[in-house]
Design a protein around this ligand. Structure first.
Ligand SMILES: [Fe+2]
Ligand SMILES: [Fe+2]
Length: 298
């Protein structure tokens, strides 16, 4: 049986507006304490809270204690994985799945999401994430894997658009048609990353009007916003800065276009960027997200 995302919001009790989330890696309890009143949800990368390498499950217990603390404060949890490598030709990364099994036993999650990409080739870690060829063969492979994940966890699953670092191949689908086909065939939801779209506009001349006209925005359950920097003429998805207004404007455009299906707006920031950015600046960003969500109360 598939756990399908229906064409209505997943989350109960969201008071008719998208909820605000912060992507948290478990390293900054002082910051967590300060932003808890400004967020509804924590988005957790399981990869930062332990691993399942070498056949052994290991948890980072100080991080897990902070999750328990946020749960006790009434916050909900969503999971955003990095290590699944959903698009590797030789299969998804089993140690990650084994850890996710254990992580979800301890953390009650509303949903789980992953990237439409791959981080491993023939078992070797690439040190980055690469995009998928948009062919029928890859579509079949990804849909089979999405359905296997939905069967395994019985909670909704979302896929996220990533940034293209290498030149595109000969494709059989546009970006939007490929994502639409995955959502339609499997019933999974879409995590649309507004900043990744801005990187695609800058780096690869994505026509955003064409993309937004073609993508089925009713599949969007979550939006990521973030900001990175430009390096050698390339806009990088390194999440280390405060948000550009253009990113929030694009997020609002997606919320409007979805017709009310967006449950969550998440600010992504790497833990390494927190000391340089400072707690006050991060609090200010969370207030901006709340303003956006409040404007879309229905
Ligand atoms: Fe992501
Ligand atoms: Fe993202």
């Amino acid at each position: 049986m598939q756990t399908q995302v229906e064409s209505r919001p997943i989350l109960e009790n969201r008071e008719g507006r998208p909820l605000v989330a912060f992507a948290y890696e478990g390293c900054n309890p002082d910051l967590l304490e300060k932003i808890l009143p400004l967020i509804d949800i924590l988005e957790l990368p399981p990869d930062s809270f332990g691993n399942g390498e070498n056949g052994k499950i290991t948890f980072v217990e100080p991080g897990m204690a902070q999750i328990d603390h946020a749960l006790a404060a009434g916050k909900r949890m969503i999971i955003h994985g990095i290590g699944l490598s959903m698009g590797s030709y030789d299969g998804m990364h089993e140690p990650y799945l084994n850890f996710l099994d254990a992580f979800l036993e301890r953390v009650p999650a509303v949903w789980h999401s992953e990237h439409l990409g791959y981080t491993r080739v023939h078992g070797d870690y690439l040190g980055t994430m690469l995009h998928l060829p948009r062919t029928r063969e890859v579509l079949d492979m990804i849909c089979d894997r999405v359905m296997a994940i939905q069967d395994r966890y019985q909670i909704p699953f979302l896929v996220e658009n990533i940034v293209r670092l290498l030149p595109d191949e000969d494709n059989e689908f546009t970006d939007a048609a490929f994502i639409n086909a995955i959502c339609e065939r499997t019933g999974c939801g879409l995590l649309l990353d507004a900043y990744n779209l801005e990187c695609e506009i800058f780096n690869n001349r994505l026509d955003i009007d064409e993309f937004l006209a073609e993508i089925n925005l009713a599949n969007v359950r979550e939006i990521h916003v973030a900001c990175g920097y430009e390096h050698k003429g390339f806009l990088l998805d390194v999440h280390c800065l405060g948000l550009k207004q253009s990113t929030l404007d694009l997020a609002e455009r997606i919320i409007q276009g979805s017709g009310g299906t967006v449950d969550v707006l998440t600010y992504e920031l790497l833990s390494q960027a927190i000391p340089r950015m400072g707690h006050d600046a991060i609090i200010a960003e969370m207030k901006r997200l709340n303003e956006v969500c409040n404007r879309h109360e229905q």
